[in-house]
Design a protein around this ligand. Sequence first.
Ligand code: DGL
Length: 265
Amino acid sequence: MGKPIGVIDSGVGGLTVVKEMLTMLPNESIIYLGDDLRCPYGSRTSEEVQTFTLEMAAKLAEMDIKMLVIACNTATAVALELIREKFNFPVVGVIIPGARAAVTNSKTSQIAVLGTTRTVESGAYSAEIMRQQPNAEVHALACPDFVPIVESGQYRSEKARTTIDKTLQKLSHKDFDVAILGCTHYPLLEGHIRHSLPRHVQIISSAVETVRDVEKELNKYQLKNETDMREDALFYTTGSRESFKAIVVDWLGIESPDVRHITLP
Ligand code: DGL
């Protein structure tokens, strides 16, 4: 049995990346760590997010992972290079793949980015989109109320719908044909987001593109598990096991997931 791939996020958002990994990389074992206790990261300082991301990466390094996926835009925006410097395994973030998916799909190069306050203020998406498509115009919007709705399991509620509708009103005078879900929690809100954006706008999640990058790195470093045996995914949360488990069951369709509590650092 090969070594597992580690996946980290501030909470349950990275499960949207795991969902794609389970189908696109059927032979790979996954260890997930969500820092739900200290979520949301999006309203924290860059230094705090860097410290917490380092702590998560170190914990999974102790579990002998072969690669790390930072399935959190906020942590990718402020800590990707730091994590790459500190650890020997390959590290994949979500912003380069997300920007690539948006640039590839936009016909007008007018791109909206929905993200956390920290991600938007970091300018990481705008910089990466402009690097890939210098003519692009980026309309970035911080949506600080979205992550708490997902973490509390209310992503299908009426409250979610009205909050999202109100927040996305701020983009109503902008013209764009693609909107990036620049936070891994947001695919759980996609139905509501779809409802609140003009019909012609294509909604992009970075998950599929990120998993393509994970596969490229596995090939590049010859880390692919060539046998068709994999361990069941193992999930750690620093928060409540029960609410984490409910979202794993609902979102990933795993009947009895192995969800354990962990303390950081
Ligand atoms: N899933 C994280 C992201 O992609 C959420 C950040 C947060 O905790 O605010 O940005």
